[in-house]
Design a protein around this ligand. Sequence first.
Ligand code: DGL
Length: 263
Amino acid sequence: MKPIGIFDSGIGGLTIYKAIRELMPNQELIYVADSIHLPYGDKSMNEILQYSKGISERLMEKGCQTIVIACNTASAAALHPLRKIYHNFTFVGMEPAVKPAAEQTQSGVVGVIATVATFQGELFKSVVERHGAGVKVIERPCPGLVQQIEAGHCNSIETETMLRHWLEPMLASGMDRLVLACTHYPFVLSLLQKICGTSVTIIDPAPAIARQVVRVVREQSTVSTDSYFTTGNKTQFVQAANNAGYKMETATELHWQNGHLTI
Ligand code: DGL
């Protein structure tokens, strides 16, 4: 089984790593934290794309077939471009969990907290367009929160003050679902729960992402362990198979010689 690559700007993606590990106890996982470039949230989309590309290439060299972009900010900047550049690899990215929040809300008010860059990306806009119809979606960037978490201040008075400043207006608007759209934020879950109280359900997408990873890896293992042969042209055969909906990477040509097949 090929290793799965996971990356983030720092420790945030470990929340995703943990959820994947729970579902796949024996799977080899390779985790990269781009700590030198943290935080991604105040960088340009192009800069984040270049970092994501560099990390992904390294993970591919390490044998990873599936790469999990365990960072909402990097997913906003790089998920679609990386899928376009590297056809033969599978990228799983973070999508803000607006869909379950919009489906579950009773008050009709959903809050989303994320980095500045995540809200600027097309991915967030398209998620709200697709799933946020009929509900009020409050966007709240939290600049500096990632750094607080990296510094280990997950329960400090200063972090609580920052969170109260962002969340109290959202609570006053009637929010009853809060989407964590940054993989670092589950580290301040206890403070979030303390501030929001029991009337708000906090949505952490990590378990759903882990289930998605299991699905794609299962699909892939059928592709990578099977072998395909054709007595014709292999490129044409692979293309025809993929056109017909099979995920085939390669095939080997066999040749008929005096009634026998040879490679
Ligand atoms: N964990 C990253 C995310 O999900 C944090 C981004 C940052 O480094 O600012 O967005």
